[in-house]
Design a protein around this ligand. Sequence first.
Ligand code: BES
Ligand code: MN
Ligand code: MN
Length: 453
Amino acid sequence: MNQYISDNKDRFVNELLDMLRIPSVSADPKFKQDVLRTAEFLAQKLTEAGADKVEICETAGYPIVYGEKIVDPSLPTVLVYGHYDVQPADPYELWNSPPFEPVIKDGKIYARGACDDKGQMYMHVKAFEVMMRNNALPCNVKFMIEGEEEVGSANLATFVKNNREKLKGDVILISDTGMLANDVPSITTGLRGMSYMEVEVTGPNRDLHSGLYGGAVANPINVLCQMIASMHDENYHITIPGFYDNVQELSQEERAEMARAPFSLDAYKKALDLGDVQGEAGYSTMERTSIRPTLDVNGIWGGYIGEGAKTVIPSKAFAKISMRLVPNQTSEEITEKFTKHFESIAPASVKVVVKPHHGGEPVVTPTDSVAYQAAAKAYEETFGVKPIPVRSGGSIPIVAMFKSELGLDSVLMGFGLDSDAIHSPNEHFGLFNFMKGIETIPLFFKHYAEMSR
Ligand code: BES
Ligand code: MN
Ligand code: MN
């Protein structure tokens, strides 16, 4: 198989570059045709790789690309999940090369989606091709690649509920996370959940001259800032009543185990150009970004932000606020607690409206499963060292949904790095990582099939 991989490396990369040229931004309706075109591209590639029953499954939103290869119904079935949509590329001016004109520089592919998730998802399509061409597909495989992950996967749950039979399998395999470093492979064993809110604060019923009214009526931006600031105390604990009620505390042993993963605070600060880090007292940076819940403002606006100065007390102020959740918080519970709290702290001088956006549940995946062991063995063979299990701070809400709807655990075999700048300008993915994925995935299939017997 390795011979086939090296013989076809350039074509594998070029195909990925072709897909990266299609701007499949799910958040912006302007790119609708491009998102649909990406689904077609993918369906074509799955067919060429040897998949049967390839189908572009319509949903109320963007379609799900399906394909399968059933070698023998008595063998286990791996369900591969990924997403072909990408985040918006804004701000364009901060890219060193255009986001949808991929370039390879210093061994890395630069483009929106290079890592999240086109590059990582395409490793599976190519790994499948490798196994097919070498008569080495040791068990069944089903692909389910969606186009709405970056906007909350609103239609995937319905698709899963309506297609239980079609999606019948034994384990979900996903490459949409990262690893610690290229020489420190790791397997993600947890993801945070999410409650995403939007708030609107209204002061006076119209914009006012700040000289005539300033000091006498509430400025909704000032009020919103105060309200937001009050949601963390001096120890950076979140002050929403009951917010931590269901948070699962880790034992000292578990925390000590976590602390063994290599991490340099100096390198971390340096990489982000930070004078210091900041976060919840009593927890390390690794813990703050994995096993602890957070509350962050993602955007805030209102008033005058044009050229020059305008003296005005705006009528309204807005913010988008997201909370990352950990077991056993639920997005429903936290959404409710946030809403109640935000309304209760609003002074009588303003009115507030709280609107929930999407949510998702946190998840922890087992490390004692056959699938995890198979993945660990595969990494060990291609990287030469045992992978470390690590809980990640990011969210893939469908992982908890697969567990609740299909009863299936996921294995999160990520090959990206935190430094790949996903969702940021100059997103990239190492050729090393792309090729390592294509080498490691067939080994997972091999060990999983063998160890399942
Ligand atoms: N692939 C990411 C999630 C991720 C990245 C998890 C790296 C772990 C490590 C995914 O595409 C993503 O961006 N998820 C969103 C949530 C979604 C509901 C918009 C996120 O985490 O913000
Ligand atoms: Mn992703
Ligand atoms: Mn993403």
